[in-house]
Design a protein around this ligand. Structure first.
Ligand code: BYC
Length: 333
């Protein structure tokens, strides 16, 4: 992992276009993007490119950390030692993903404190999906199968994002997400194939509740996605929201058959002419309501993150005190 480079672009370069020289820098930047070159932290970049990346990467980091909460709820309730160990590893992985991503965003000149202040103040977004509750054990398996499955579909193209520190972080994250998806599918498969009628009903109920919110994870339809055109032009996003959503539906329709669950969409069917599945309309009013703060768990999720930050104050103070002592000892030596 090499996302931690803190050598930022010089301040004057970050102040935006000011001269003919800067216009030349902008033209050179666009040419590098067209040539498929990686952009590194020290390279010149337009201010809007920097801001777009900080927005997306910090939202992604927040999503990983908030995403620990719905599954963390089941750590003390996992049905067996094996499932508990798997879930512990997964939830810890999500925290690690948040850390790689905060480090990648920091290379763009925004501090972690600034990013966290934006989250805790309710200004920064995080994925809509984590504002839904985990009501039963099967929800943990369904999060692995559908939520991590959607995350992989969205994140594999990000390993080719033009901003190299983000792309490098995504390589490792995608490997771990792949294990997350498999463990979820496995847990559901065991319940569906070897479980009781009650367990099978619990799985179906969880699928019914998580299916549509999982489709919303990919963001609004392309026509309403205000950031997509520029992000795709700059190679930040490689595939559009609707393209990724369609690929996800096609993959899940087949996996659902293997599991023996029904996806809750009467309009879902294979379209021979398109070579794709058709699917029913998504309730975008629900998506915007949840993104706007009015989902089932928004208040609870944000309060938990703020509480964790406040509870950790003594750790941050102790680390700083230790660093001050170490520096003083070094100076005295
Ligand atoms: N939720 O113009 P658009 C995980 C916002 S966690 C909330 O299409 P963009 C995991 C969007 O920000 C994985 N907001 O935006 C962890 C924009 O508003 P702003 C999370 C959303 O950025 C634990 C507005 O809607 N993955 O895997 O071009 C356990 C218009 O959208 C959402 C990532 O973060 C949403 N779902 O495209 C298990 C991936 N969708 O910012 C699993 C990285 C859209 O202009 N992010 N909005 O105010 C991306 O790939 C892109 O940012 C998105 C959106 C595809 C999500």
């Amino acid at each position: 992992m090499c996302t931690q480079a803190m050598d930022l672009a010089p301040k004057e370069e970050r102040a935006g276009l000011r001269s003919a020289d800067e216009a030349a820098l902008a033209a050179r930047f666009e040419a590098r993007i067209d040539a498929g070159e990686w952009i590194e932290a020290k390279d010149w970049m337009p201010e809007h490119y920097r801001k777009t990346l900080v927005r997306q990467i910090s939202q992604h980091a927040h999503s990983e950390c908030v995403g620990m909460l719905p599954e963390g709820h089941w750590l003390t309730r996992a049905p067996t030692l094996k499932r508990k160990a798997i879930l512990l590893a997964k939830v810890q992985d999500e925290g690690g993903h948040g850390l790689y991503l905060y480090a990648a965003a920091e290379t763009l000149g925004t501090s972690r404190d600034q990013m966290l202040a934006a989250l805790h103040g309710g200004k920064a977004k995080y994925s809509s999906i984590f504002n839904y509750p985990t009501l039963a054990w099967a929800d943990v398996g369904v999060i692995g199968w559908l939520v991590d499955g959607a995350a992989i579909m969205n994140q594999v193209p990000l390993t080719r994002c033009s901003y190299a520190p983000y792309a490098r972080a995504m390589v490792r994250i995608c490997r771990e997400e792949s294990f997350h998806q498999r463990q979820g599918f496995d847990s559901l498969h065991v319940m569906m194939k070897e479980g009781t009628d009650a367990q099978r009903a619990m799985v179906q109920d969880a699928v019914d509740r998580w299916w549509w919110p999982s489709l919303m994870m990919f963001g609004p339809p392309d026509a309403d996605s205000q950031n997509s055109a520029q992000s795709m032009r700059w190679g930040i996003k490689r595939l559009s929201n609707d393209t990724l959503r369609q690929k996800f539906v096609d993959a899940c329709a087949e996996q659902a058959k293997v599991l023996g669950v029904t996806l809750p969409d009467p309009l879902l069917k294979w379209n021979e002419a398109r070579g794709r599945h058709d699917f029913g309309p998504i309730d975008w009013s629900e998506f915007w309501r949840v993104v706007g703060g009015d989902g089932p768990c928004n208040t609870e999720r944000l309060a938990a993150r703020v509480q964790a930050w406040e509870d950790g104050a003594w750790v941050r103070e102790a680390a700083l005190a230790h660093e001050r002592k170490r520096a003083a000892r070094e100076q005295a030596a």
